[in-house]
Design a protein around this ligand. Structure first.
Ligand code: PCA
Length: 324
């Protein structure tokens, strides 16, 4: 071989080898909740587990608190590849496909055990739907059960008439309509601000968001209604996933399964811990009165009927799988 050619081919070989060794993929993962929230902490650990398992080949950067995309925009960003992966609140996508939001229906699945059963019923359908949309489900973790935060004591749903009600999803807006409150959609990242400026004066969410957004600074009562447990799902763009080599894909799937198990346990613990924090900050925590509970259950029944009418046979199949 000619000397110069030899040098060139050696150089090319070296480049190929070093390229292989340092080939690093970077993913952006937008999320909508603060970095200290248990979902975000769990996600950060997921990213770090993937980093370790792949010896730095896949770097996932978490963009918490809606810093890259606002909550309702994250799904489309992942679908379009503007972000390789993302965390979404499934209940936000009921208009797109009702099954996504089955976990946002009051009193369909209102405990961790029921929530897991519902997830198992939703999961195969969601995986199929996401695949059609060019995405994959990595894992999902529920928020703690949703209760009502209020400025004033509540004895029944009638006490909610006319109040400015913060909604985070179509179903939380629908609740407001059904009890005669005024729905205003405000995502978690803007909730403290909306309360401080009087844009909203009540809402349904978890103890976790109550603590994240310091709801006790504005609202004095928490009714532990335990109405539903909406899930956050971590999704990934299928092309981005397919572009990984097999060992890296396996590492992502394994870390995701671990994050799911860890996340469900963390959610239960956060539920207990945050009730104590709300109390320590002067909130009155109480179970709903029998009337308030009955009123909310009625709202739930109406919403499940409406959901089923929209979701059709597919929705019925999901309900059957959930209830069997
Ligand atoms: N926190 C989120 C969604 C459900 C929850 O508990 C929020 O309030 O936006």
């Amino acid at each position: 071989m000619h000397r110069r050619t030899l040098h060139l081919s050696l150089l090319a070989g070296l480049l190929a080898v070093s390229g292989f060794v340092s080939a690093q993929t970077k993913w952006d993962l937008p999320a909508a909740y603060p970095a200290t929230n248990f979902h975000s902490v769990n996600l950060a650990q997921f990213a770090s587990d993937v980093d370790k398992a792949t010896a730095g080949k896949l770097k996932i950067t978490l963009h918490a608190n809606a810093s890259l995309f606002k909550a309702p925009e994250i799904k489309r960003a992942v679908q379009g590849g503007q972000a390789q992966a993302g965390e979404i609140l499934l209940a936000n996508f009921s208009n797109e496909w009702p099954i996504y939001a089955a976990d946002g229906l009051p009193f369909l699945a209102d405990s961790y055990d029921e929530s897991m059963k519902l997830y198992k019923a939703q999961k195969p359908m969601m995986e199929k739907k996401l695949a059609e949309q060019g995405m994959m489900l990595l894992y999902a973790v529920p928020w703690p059960p949703q209760g009502i935060y209020s400025k004033k004591p509540l004895n029944s749903a009638a006490d909610l008439k006319g109040i400015k009600w913060r909604a985070y999803s179509p179903s939380t807006s629908r609740i407001a309509e059904l009890v005669g409150a005024q729905p205003v959609t405000v995502q978690a990242a803007e909730l403290s601000q909306a309360l401080a400026t009087g844009v909203v004066e009540s809402n349904m969410t978890s103890g976790a968001t109550g603590v994240d957004s310091k709801l006790y600074e504005h609202l004095k009562f928490y009714y532990d209604v335990q109405a539903w447990l909406p899930k956050n799902a971590i999704i990934v763009n299928k092309k981005a996933f397919d572009a990984l080599d097999k060992p890296t894909q396996d590492a992502v799937v394994k870390a995701a399964a671990e994050a799911e198990t860890r996340g469900w346990a963390a959610s239960r613990k956060v539920n207990t811990d945050t009730m104590a924090v709300l109390k320590a900050n002067g909130m009155t925590i109480a179970p709903p009165s029998a009337q308030l509970k009955a009123d909310m259950q009625k709202v739930g029944e109406t919403m499940i009927k409406e959901w089923l009418a929209k979701a059709g046979p597919e929705g019925q199949a999901m309900l059957d799988a959930f209830r069997k």
